[in-house]
Design a protein around this ligand. Structure first.
Ligand SMILES: [Zn+2]
Length: 704
């Protein structure tokens, strides 16, 4: 039995076959394998270098044919580089990792390099040996502090690693304080803390510690850790920090003023793992407290989200019951996706009850009215078809409103704004700060979209979906922030499923709230977000099948070199995520943006109320594409505002079979193209309702 990661969020239970032995390697029976946070991250976010399918798991204990138990040093090192030759194989230049580059321990067999095997003492032939990896990392990090008896040690983070670090420091005679801001985690750790003689507090004013270590990725905790040290203090930078964090320069200056020592610690050497086994053996009863639960392999997908949250101790998979060659008998167990994301319909069930009705209320427009509407426009006092696009719009509005006298009384325009993590890749000519600055400009009434909305009598609202700055309340502003920008989709999904669902619902809610004030007859959907043409190009490429090169434009005006780079970023991201071309939710989650999700939600909500939706440029249209994938019936309500100069726009419009109303060579976004088009649609409705027919006016028709 093995758990195979075949894609993001997709762990499949399959029969395993005993691997063929090869020179330098040994085939072992896995007994137990712990689920590390790294495993959970690979499951949830992947990694550009992670190749599917892959068997995860590196915190394991396994047995050979003779009954000897081993733990595995998780690296495959070259043994020849200068790091390997100086017993620092954790820094090996050709390092490959078990459960990442090679298949790991979520299986009842493992093929391990012989040089990675470390014998487990008889007294420790239990799940506890799975702690050898994490405990070895901790010992490796603590060793760098050269702790002396009675020195005072501060540790930020009261999770498994923080507590092991506290125990190891205590063993060296240090007086240890663990700082953990979550009361729930403190409560969870109580038994361990009490048994180990460690203090655990939410915070301390004390700033004279001799040594410290960060055991959580929070950059604030790392910063606070440094400030807690006295002069000559030593600090081990143990947990990598959340990406993009800013570190105060004053803090770095502390290193200077207080003559502190800062050292990094990464992974562990073989020797650390050997030391860890002795350490665990000595503290077996303590380590037992750090086991959350021992579970069957098929339960793994259920606990991965909890592991990811860092709010649980160790879950350990038990492979001792899965007799080696016994085939899986249960039909569900064989090659079934375990715990895969529910798709489409099942995702809709996770919407708030009052928003679920949005999906139920979306129906196609009233196509049965087309002959009458066409007859009406054809009989106006003009040559047949002489009003061109205005005629088509007039007919479309009849079908949308189920009336031969369509009206545009209330016009609205929603500008959704958000930041994009992918800006980190250098894909935009403008810095990310511009998103927030432009939102402020909208609120001050000075942007192009303000002018056009005022000019055309359109109610403008700005929606903060995820701008990386907070705004004061403002009558024009809806605050619907999901997160301070998406994740960088070049290396991880742009958003989690929960974030995506929240963003779509927030977009729905804004439309519904505005519509309740006074029914909206037509709504334009615009956007602001530095980096969002990259997201839109990726979406359009994923849906329509055009290549990233064909889909990628210059956005806010990057140069040739920048354009090549942007194409490369999009190509790599699409190869990494491999989104299905027909799953709007999946594409949105992996490579979308919060403002794009907002537009998707607003489009669905508008269609459910039979309100015409005017898309704007390439980003707004990319969102329209996703809404269309989610519910094809919305297409009848879509009007393409204008033709953008971004190349991908045409592919997206063709896919939706929409013709843009105006072609003004615009590429601003914000909803400006939509604002102009709303006025054109208004005019088309006036033509439909007010213009005289030949019969009304007593004008003779053309005679053939
Ligand atoms: Zn090496």
């Amino acid at each position: 039995m093995k758990l195979v990661l075949t894609g993001l969020n997709c762990l499949k239970l399959q029969n395993s076959q005993k691997p063929e032995p090869k020179p330098g390697f040994q085939v072992l029976d896995v007994q137990y394998c712990a689920i590390s946070r790294t495993d959970a991250k690979m499951w949830s976010e992947g990694h550009p270098d992670l190749v599917f399918p892959r068997i995860l798991g590196h915190e394991l204990v396994a047995r050979d044919e003779d009954g000897q138990w081993y733990t595995l040093w998780p690296g495959h090192h070259c043994g020849q580089c200068r790091y390997c030759l100086s017993d620092r194989e954790n820094l090996c230049q050709k390092m490959k990792i078990t459960g990442f580059h090679h298949d790991g321990g979520f299986s009842n067999y493992i093929l391990s390099p012989e040089k990675s095997l470390i014998a487990v003492p008889e007294s420790l032939r239990s799940p506890l040996a799975c702690f050898a990896g994490p405990a070895g990392c901790v010992l490796h990090a603590i060793e760098k502090l050269n702790l002396r008896p009675n020195e005072r040690m501060v540790i930020h983070g009261g999770g498994t690693l923080g507590l092991i670090a506290a125990l190891a420091s205590k063993d060296m005679g240090a007086e240890v304080v663990v700082i953990e801001k979550s009361e729930a985690k403190i409560a969870k750790a109580t038994a361990f803390i009490d048994a180990s003689g460690i203090a655990c507090v939410k915070d301390t004013q004390d700033s004279a510690f001799d040594a410290g270590l960060n055991a959580c990725p929070d950059p604030v905790a790392f910063s606070l850790g440094l400030t807690k040290l006295g002069k000559g203090g030593r600090y081990t930078f143990f947990s990598g920090l959340t990406k993009n964090a800013n570190i105060e320069t004053n803090l770095i200056n502390l290193l200077h003023y207080k003559e502190m020592k800062l050292t990094g610690a990464h992974g562990l050497a073989r020797q650390d793992m050997i030391s860890a086994l002795a350490f665990i053996d000595h503290h077996q009863s303590r380590f037992e407290l750090l086991i959350e639960k021992i579970i069957a392999p098929q339960e793994a997908p259920d606990v991965l989200p909890a592991v990811l949250s860092s709010e649980v101790f160790k879950y350990i998979l038990d492979f001792t019951d899965t007799a080696s060659d016994q085939p899986l008998t249960s039909s569900i167990a064989t090659d079934e996706t375990v715990g895969a994301q529910p798709k489409g319909v099942s995702l809709v069930k996770r919407f708030e009850p009052h928003l679920r009705s949005v999906f139920e209320n979306i129906t196609p427009a009233e196509h049965h009215l087309r002959p009458q509407a066409q007859y009406k426009i054809d009989n106006k006092t003009k040559p047949l078809g002489a009003l061109g696009t205005l005629e088509a719009l007039g007919v479309q509005m009849c079908l949308i409103q189920n009336s031969l006298n369509p009206r545009v009384e209330r016009k609205a325009l929603l500008v959704f704004a958000s930041d994009h993590g992918v800006v980190e890749e250098g894909v935009s000519a403008y810095p990310a700060d511009v998103t927030g600055q432009m939102v402020a400009n909208f609120l001050n009434g000075g942007a192009a979209i303000n002018v056009l909305c005022r000019h055309n009598g359109i109610d403008l609202k700005v929606v903060d979906m995820g701008v990386n700055v907070d705004f004061e309340t403002h009558p024009l502003l809806y605050t619907q922030k999901v997160r301070m920008g998406t994740r960088n989709f070049a290396i991880a999904p742009a958003m989690t499923e929960d974030e995506m669902l929240r963003a779509i619902q927030n977009g729905m809610q804004v439309f519904l709230t505005e519509n309740t004030k006074q029914p909206i007859d037509i709504v334009g959907l615009g956007e602001m977000g530095i980096g969002n043409t990259t997201s839109a190009a990726a979406i359009i490429s994923a849906v329509t099948g055009i290549t990233p090169r064909e889909a990628t434009g210059r956005g806010t005006g990057i140069n040739d070199q920048g354009l090549e780079h942007k194409i490369e970023v999009i190509t790599k991201a699409l190869n990494f995520h491999k989104p299905s071309s027909r799953d709007g939710f999946e594409i949105l989650r992996k490579i979308g943006g919060f403002e794009i999700a907002g537009i998707v939600g607003a489009t669905l909500a508008a269609a459910s109320h039979k309100t015409a939706v005017v898309l704007d440029g390439v980003i707004s249209t990319a969102a329209g594409l996703l809404a269309y994938l989610i519910n094809p019936d919305i297409r009848d309500y879509l009007i393409a505002g204008h033709r953008s100069v971004e190349i991908a726009h045409k592919a997206a419009l063709d896919h939706l079979q929409l013709e843009p109303v105006i072609d003004f060579n615009m590429r601003l976004g914000e909803g400006t193209g939509a604002a102009i088009t709303i006025d054109v649609v208004d005019a088309a409705c006036c033509i439909m309702g007010e213009m005289a027919s030949f019969d009304d006016a007593g004008v003779s028709r053309k005679t053939d």
